[in-house]
Design a protein around this ligand. Structure first.
Ligand code: ZN
Length: 276
């Protein structure tokens, strides 16, 4: 029964962690692609991809996206690709969308508002950018993963739904525990989930120590899960993750223990209403 299936998204890289933080994090195209493949084998249905420049710094480098996606697409891996549009601060709108138009991933992130980031910068997602991005995604049949860091961002999404910039059914990703956003607590997740329109799909993740409480709550509330080194470099207290696969395997065990099943990529396509 498709209602009982849980989608595991893996976010193997992110914008911030470095090899100094965790030497096992994949940062360059080939290592990201190999990690995604291994996570797919372990049960991940969606890969949320960031890339780094040649110095491993946060980047929206077009060629690195092309290289990473080509590596993955050259294999038999049918994982759903979800490319970030927010891999680097301070870019022009077009630099955050160019890879979507060229590579046409099935999904991409849509950060539904601006916020102060890490207490030292501004994560800017202007109304102009969000309107353009929503329309570019529609034109290219890319499903927005609406990332929510704060309750006001849900209301932005509802506004863009009304305006036709976003189309129902919406898919939300609640990102909890980012400095400057809502904390990774059970209460916050229950509240945020109560705000989204009926018929929406959603997932959630907790950054750092909120990771497991948010995963347990997500499973109890009927959402989908995201794991990976973008959100956690530690597998457990004081224990660095050996690979992203470890996180996927744990999510898989917890989903099965919760008497639910793991969605394959094709089942995830049905759940999310993707038009492959
Ligand atoms: Zn991301």
């Amino acid at each position: 029964m498709i209602d009982n299936k849980v989608i595991i998204t893996v976010a193997p890289t992110g914008a911030w962690p470095s090899k100094q933080d965790n030497p096992n994090i994949p940062l360059q195209p080939k290592e990201i692609a190999e990690e995604v493949y291994a996570c797919w084998m372990a049960g991940a249905a969606v890969a949320h991809i960031h890339v780094r420049d040649d110095n491993n710094k946060s980047s929206m480098n077009f060629d690195k996206f092309v290289e990473t996606v080509e590596y993955i697409r050259a294999t038999d891996c049918d994982i759903i690709l979800n490319l970030t549009t927010s891999g680097q601060l301070g870019l022009k709108d077009e630099e955050r969308m160019k890879h979507l138009i060229a590579l046409k991933p099935e999904m991409a992130s849509y950060d539904c508002g601006s916020m102060n980031w890490m207490h030292n910068s501004v994560f800017e997602n202007s109304p102009r950018f969000l309107e353009k991005l929503g329309l570019v995604m529609q034109e290219n049949s890319i499903k927005p993963e609406i990332e929510i860091f704060d309750a006001g961002m849900v209301y932005n999404a509802l506004y863009y739904l009304k305006k036709g910039v976003l189309k129902a059914p919406l898919h939300f990703q609640f990102v909890l525990g980012a400095p400057g956003g809502m904390a990774a607590t059970v209460e916050n997740l229950v509240f945020l989930k109560s705000l989204i329109p009926e018929g929406s799909t959603w997932g959630a993740l907790g950054i750092g120590k909120g990771h497991l409480p948010i995963m347990f709550t997500t499973l109890a509330l009927g959402g989908h899960v995201r794991v990976g080194m973008e959100d956690n470099i530690y597998y457990a207290r004081g224990v660095l993750a050996k690979s992203n696969v470890e996180f996927v395997e744990r999510a898989r065990r917890l989903i099965l223990e919760a008497d639910k099943d793991i969605a394959t990529p094709d089942e995830a396509r049905i759940i999310l209403g993707l038009t492959k």
